[in-house]
Design a protein. Structure first.
Length: 140
């Protein structure tokens, strides 16, 4: 609660030590209203466990190929997609969804704290549906 100023969450980023201002939307305001004395404290590990559990509950269970290397040996596994979810997945999702909803790159960059657009674009994924829509809009 102490970090809310003028309908913004204000904090100093741990990695860059830069002060961030994140505008609150209807969803974040509703969550904060639910916890007037402050959000529950969770470790990163516990948070990621809960995100995986939520993904399983929501049916995000499509089998997904995961490729790893041990030395030069390629190891392939198929795992349910929910097992790959983490807090960092939310960062990727925020960037992709914000861009798809029309938010400018510069504004997304301010929210995420990326110093350059090249770093930010590593988080942006163009979905096949969007590619198809934009191709049809441009070329009919």
């Amino acid at each position: 609660p102490d970090n809310i100023e003028d309908d913004q969450l204000v904090f100093r980023a741990v990695k860059t030590r830069k002060q961030q201002h994140v505008d609150l939307n209807q969803y974040s305001r509703a969550i904060l209203a639910k916890y007037p004395s402050g959000l529950p404290k969770l470790s990163q590990q516990k948070f990621n466990d809960y995100v995986k559990e939520l993904g399983q509950h929501c049916g995000i269970d499509k089998q997904t190929l995961v490729v790893r290397y041990r030395g030069s040996k390629r190891i392939e596994d198929r795992v349910p997609k929910y097992s790959l979810l983490s807090s960092h997945t939310g960062r990727h999702t925020f960037v992709t969804q914000s861009l798809e909803r029309g938010m400018s790159l510069e504004v997304v960059q301010k929210f995420t704290g990326h110093k350059d657009l090249k770093s930010l674009m590593g988080y942006a994924k163009v979905r096949d549906k969007r590619k198809k829509t934009e191709m049809e809009n441009a070329w009919g």
